[in-house]
Ligand binder design. Structure first.
Ligand code: FAD
Length: 486
């Protein structure tokens, strides 16, 4: 931010960067020497962009409350307003008498276009505007194939990212003494946004599972650095272990940024608390997130259109409502699928390995269009992300960039036995099976009657029989795929 300091204030727009540390727009506003005031605009209808799902709305409300407290602690005036972004920002600029406006960039097409219009409109009126990167390690347009243009395969994409060198060190949180408070804009109470469920209040499991806000992100990260990072490369596929960071919702809403995660993991390796292999794997997973954003940037309709147009002719079945309900509620009769779908419903999150198994089951065992599943995840995940969710569903479907081949069909029984070998994950989320002997836990329909009786389970009563036969379903999926191959 370069304008003449002292004449007017700086308006900082918070977006998907609900944090004070490593927030380049905030740092620049503080350094401008102008008094700073901050605003969050909730725009429920941003140029027809997809609205947040219910679990994300819940998260956003908690996160905004935490941010309001954090801003107060450093003396930064903060207001929340609701309305069309462009109009609301322009009004706030006029009210605050802002000579500069700053924000961190967003990547969904409607957001990008809106921000470009705000930028040019304000500049025309003589207001300085600057935007920054807080959300990604590398801007999606900075990474190109050698021959130019976007990359469609992860490995060369990640090599190209790595060739750019280490991501910059994260910025510190500005100290209270470094911020001159600007005028406080009038705003509305966060409750008035109506983001949280009331009747019924289904968010109890979410509240229990997540400490929301920047401080919650820090706590969750430090637990991971202490317990999960060591062994991450091998254990990250185990849903029964606390082996992954659970950083995804914090990344989604920006309570933490990827540069912070990158360097925190690197320091852990430097301090001998994790191996270089663990850290490299963790960095590579952040790389998958970067890849998703690269895909979204170059394919704005990633959530609605097959990346691979061949899938436009795929003979999806019209979803059988009983099957769809069983999948959503975790009552398919396949314990690992049901555990995952119930973990999602109660906590708003699901382990990555299990996301793949549950998505494969919907797409390939039930032959339901991946967009139906993507939509359910969008509504129920606290980390529902416009890039990661769409790219991952397309990856499982086989219709995406660098996707799993369609003929790779996850066998839910073998996956359960391999990645939940002691059954601890299934027993946590499908407690009615907790006394079923391990030998049958991932395939209770094969258990002898007396073993089930001793475990207090009658199939079809206490726990469902499988809604489809996996082997037959797999054959049908492959036959359907043959049709588009031809
Ligand atoms: P960690 O293993 O600790 O990884 C650290 C970070 O790396 C994650 O927080 C995430 O930002 C990134 N990451 C890890 N794995 C992947 C991956 N496969 N693809 C992209 N980024 C990754 N992730 C979302 O953030 N939002 C979504 O809406 C989402 N939907 C998904 C839907 C399906 C069908 C599948 C198969 C995966 C989806 N993922 C999504 C990716 C992945 O499952 C989650 O990012 C991960 O489970 C988050 O847990 P974590 O933070 O403990 O991950």
């Amino acid at each position: 931010m370069t304008s003449d300091p002292g004449r007017s204030c700086a308006l900082l727009l918070f977006r998907e960067d609900l944090r004070l540390a490593d927030n380049p727009a905030l740092t620049a506003a503080a350094r401008s020497g102008r008094p700073v005031t901050a605003l969050y605009v909730f725009d429920p209808d941003l140029r027809g962009a997809r609205g947040l799902g219910a679990a994300s709305c819940w998260w956003l409300a908690q996160s905004l409350r935490a941010l309001a407290d954090d801003c107060a602690a450093i003396g930064l005036p903060f207001a929340v307003r609701v309305g069309p972004t462009e109009e609301t920002v322009r009004k706030a600029v006029a009210e605050a008498g802002a000579g500069l406006v700053g924000w961190n960039r967003r990547y969904v097409a409607a957001e990008r276009d809106t921000d470009a219009d705000i930028k040019s409109g304000l500049r025309d009126e003589g207001v300085d505007v600057e935007s920054f990167n807080a959300r990604l390690l590398y801007e999606p347009w900075e990474i190109e194939a050698r021959s130019g243009g976007p990359l469609k395969v992860y490995s060369p994409f990640w090599r190209a990212c790595r060739a750019k060198g280490e991501p910059p060190e994260p910025l510190p949180k500005p100290a209270k003494a470094k911020i001159a408070a600007g005028p406080k804009l009038e705003g509305i109470a966060i409750d008035e946004l109506g983001l949280e469920p009331t009747k019924p209040d289904w968010a109890g499991g979410l509240r229990e599972a997540w400490p929301v806000g920047e401080a919650g992100a820090r706590r969750t990260l430090s637990a991971f650095l202490k317990r999960g990072l060591k062994g991450y490369a091998t254990d990250r596929d185990r849903p029964d272990r606390p082996a992954t960071s659970r950083m995804s919702p914090y990344l989604r809403f920006g309570e933490v940024g990827p540069r912070q995660l990158w360097h925190a993991a690197k320091q852990a390796a430097d301090g001998g608390e994790a191996s270089a292999k663990d850290v490299e794997k963790f960095h590579a997973e952040l790389g998958w997130r970067e890849f998703s954003y690269h895909l979204l940037h170059n394919n704005p309709d990633l959530a609605s259109r097959n990346f691979n147009a061949r899938f436009d002719d795929f003979p999806w079945r019209k979803p059988d409502s009983a099957h769809l309900r069983a999948w959503r509620k975790g009552r398919t009769g396949y314990p690992i699928v049901d555990a995952g779908m119930r973990q999602l419903w109660t906590t708003g999150w699901m382990h990555n390995r299990v996301r793949m198994i549950c998505a494969s089951f919907l797409i390939k065992d039930l032959l339901v269009d991946w967009r139906v599943g993507e939509d359910w995840f969008w509504d129920t995940l606290v980390d529902a992300d416009p890039a990661n969710n769409a790219a991952s569903w397309q990856w499982v479907a086989g219709s995406g960039a660098d996707a799993a081949p369609y003929f790779r069909v996850f066998n839910p029984t073998l996956q359960g036995e391999k990645f939940d070998p002691e059954g601890a994950y299934v027993k946590t989320f499908v407690p009615e099976l907790k006394d079923v002997p391990l030998k049958w836990l991932h395939k209770p329909w094969e258990a002898p009657e007396d073993a089930l009786r001793a475990a207090g389970v009658t199939l079809g009563q206490d726990y469902p029989k499988p809604i489809v036969d996996h082997r037959a379903a797999r054959d049908q999926a492959l036959a359907a795929f043959d049709r588009i191959k031809a």
